[in-house]
Design a protein around this ligand. Structure first.
Ligand SMILES: Cc1cc2nc3c(=O)[nH]c(=O)nc-3n(C[C@H](O)[C@H](O)[C@H](O)COP(=O)(O)O)c2cc1C
Length: 330
């Protein structure tokens, strides 16, 4: 099979296999729009609290509004309770999700304490019950995103996958680190290969994908059906087109120019400003700007100046001055 291809679920064709991962604090509509403009074909919302959804928390439901170029959107919920899951899914149906995903991988203390995220891995039966409750209220595909286990001594992704499949999930994503690892060490891609050989549904791989070559290696080494780009897409939405090109042609595409990166960052700020006040947007955007400028010459000075920027005009001036100074150097 070609390395780049669509993924078929019951009732849904995901048109490509390079997907934007859910990332809390990052994968809002502006970022998803930028990723789609740069070659992503399917995106996920950041995880949203099931309780906040059914209580119709405006900020939470706002996270599920589609970007203007977004034909598909996977909505990811976190909960430890089957009833809450069902109520939440009913509440989010008006936002027309393409699928509903259950978060079984988040390792943030606050989430774990309430029995959600990766904590669910310790109770596969509870996962099954939550999935069944979701399936009771919707015919949309239901998927889940898991880690390999709680810790090295309790790796149980196969058991967790079986529980999900018994309850009727249509796709599974594995970030092959344990809850205890959080982001340390290396993702163990071998778990992906074992999972792929075990389950009858599509498997998406996540973990340590920073370049088109990483994606090709994961697909070829593990046989998984698709990948989710996460940290590799922050400040680098261009990775989607570049990866797709690499998978299709086998040739490493040229690097994105500094000018294109910075113009991309400015476009991203303009979208950001549409959904919040200009000052708020510019302050919140600093984390993205740091990522866009991470690997450019003298990026540190540019980032320091941007830490003071609280209007679009200030960002634009900084970028224009930077580009003019670099043109003068060459
Ligand atoms: C800032 C940040 C926020 C994340 N938020 C979520 C989330 O809301 N839901 C989820 O399932 N995974 C979340 N993740 C995990 C990623 O989706 C992905 O599985 C993980 O980063 C491994 O991929 P990578 O090594 O290529 O970054 C988050 C990761 C990061 C870095």
């Amino acid at each position: 099979m070609e390395l780049y291809h669509s993924i078929q679920l019951p009732g849904l064709t995901i048109p490509g296999n390079i997907i934007l991962a859910p990332m809390a604090g990052y994968t809002d509509a502006p970022f998803r729009q930028i990723c789609l403009e740069n070659g992503a074909v399917f995106t996920y919302s950041e995880m949203v609290s099931a309780e906040a959804c059914y209580r119709e928390n405006k900020k939470t439901l706002g996270l599920l509004v589609r970007a203007e170029n977004e034909d598909y959107l996977g909505v990811q919920i976190f909960t430890s309770n089957a009833k809450s899951a069902a109520l939440a899914v009913k509440a989010i149906l008006p936002s027309r999700p393409s699928l509903v995903d259950l978060n079984c991988g988040c390792s943030i203390k606050k989430i774990l304490k309430s029995g959600c995220g990766a904590q669910l891995l310790s109770d596969p039966r509870k996962i099954r019950d939550i999935i069944l409750a979701i399936r009771d209220v919707t015919d949309l595909p239901v998927t889940m995103k898991i880690r390999s286990g709680i810790d090295r001594e309790s790796i149980n992704y196969i058991e967790v996958a079986d529980a999900g499949i018994e309850a009727g999930i249509s796709l599974i994503t594995l970030h092959p680190r344990t809850k205890s690892q959080v982001f340390t060490g290396k993702a163990d891609w071998e778990h992906l290969e074992i999972l792929k050989n075990h389950v009858p549904i599509p498997v998406i791989g996540s973990g340590d994908l920073f370049t088109p070559e990483d994606v090709k290696n994961m697909l070829t080494r593990t046989g998984c059906d698709g990948v989710m780009l996460a940290r590799g897409a922050i400040g680098n939405p261009f990775i989607f087109n570049r990866t797709r090109q690499y998978l299709v042609t086998g040739r490493e595409p040229p690097q994105v120019s500094i000018e294109a990166k910075l113009k991309g960052a400015l476009k991203h700020i303009r979208l950001f400003i549409r959904s919040r006040s200009e000052e708020r947007a510019c302050i919140e955007f600093r984390k993205h700007f740091s990522a866009y400028t991470r690997y450019i010459p003298d990026g540190a000075a540019l980032r320091r100046s941007a830490m003071q920027a609280s209007s679009y005009a200030e960002y634009e001036n900084l970028v224009n001055e930077y580009l003019a100074s670099k043109r003068a150097e060459f």
